[in-house]
Design a protein around this ligand. Structure first.
Ligand code: APR
Length: 248
């Protein structure tokens, strides 16, 4: 057992029952999916407001449809698959004697493909679309564009990516705040903590008395808010952390 593991083992309380995990783009980076704010990230290539805002969509729907169609196509290539961090979180949910909830800012389906089930996609899902008239959500088969016919309206022009854009309200926030009130261990993995309201979750968890751990390649503007840091690649550090949590 490394000294590191002994330290982590010491800080994790024995009687935890509710684990809440917040994941960001960093957990999928080693699966080959770009992050947003790292070097070569999506926001170096695209203007956020062009492809991740309702006005961007109204101004140039084709650019937005193409942006998400390209990300969806990459996600569905054989090269992109869950990495050991996703798999470790699925093992934690499966073996932990208590509740494990993943709140993900990611829109990929790598947590699902790794076997996790208790997942909240607060920023939406790349493989889904919704009708702007009825808000009904559908899985996307192939590409989504302005000519895609909506199943509920039986016409084209009413469908958009099921993604929360800047200025829009993330999904299931009431459920998330209840989870943060109940949790006794909060783990943030692979997020820069630059986007709200996800950046407020660590403070809410601490308010509830939870132990808080930040796992990231580097420190972030939120690092000081956490009880401890687990620095390194998530594919290495997350399996180690899960092993410690699962070791009686
Ligand atoms: N292991 C752990 N952490 C990593 C790894 C890795 N292999 N690679 C990168 N990271 C970390 C980076 O250090 C950075 O802190 O992942 C974080 C990625 O930060 P962002 O690119 O800002 O992604 P994220 O925090 O998920 O962004 C939040 O912003 O653009 C919106 O809606 C989008 O959901 C996204 C939100």
């Amino acid at each position: 057992m490394y000294l590191f593991d002994n330290i982590i083992e010491m800080i994790i309380p024995n009687n935890i029952k509710n684990i809440v995990i917040l994941t960001g783009a960093g957990i999928s980076a080693e699966s080959g999916i770009k992050t947003f704010r790292d070097h070569n990230g999506f926001w170096e290539e695209y203007d956020i407001m062009d492809v991740a805002s309702i006005n961007g969509f109204k101004n140039n729907p084709e650019l937005v449809f193409n942006f998400y169609n390209a990300r969806r196509a990459q996600l569905q290539t054989p090269e992109v698959s869950p990495n050991p961090a996703h798999l470790a979180l699925a093992e934690l949910e499966n073996k932990f004697q208590g509740k494990v909830t993943i709140i993900t800012q990611n829109v990929d389906d790598l947590h699902e493909r790794a076997g996790s089930q208790n997942i909240i996609h607060m920023h939406g899902e790349l493989l889904k679309m919704h009708c702007i008239k009825t808000l009904k959500v559908y899985s996307i088969e192939g590409v989504l564009n302005e000519s895609t016919i909506c199943s509920c309206c039986k016409q084209s022009g009413n469908l958009r990516p099921h993604i929360v854009w800047f200025g829009e309200i993330p999904y299931r926030l009431d459920e998330i705040s209840e989870l943060l009130e109940e949790c006794d261990l909060f783990i943030s993995i692979g997020t820069s903590g630059e986007v709200y309201p996800a950046a407020t979750f660590v403070a809410a968890a601490k308010e509830s008395g939870a132990m808080t751990i930040e796992q990231n390649l580097t420190s972030t503007n939120l690092s000081r808010s956490f009880d401890s840091q687990l620095t390194g690649e998530s594919s290495i550090q997350v399996p180690r952390l899960v092993k410690i949590i699962l070791t009686p």
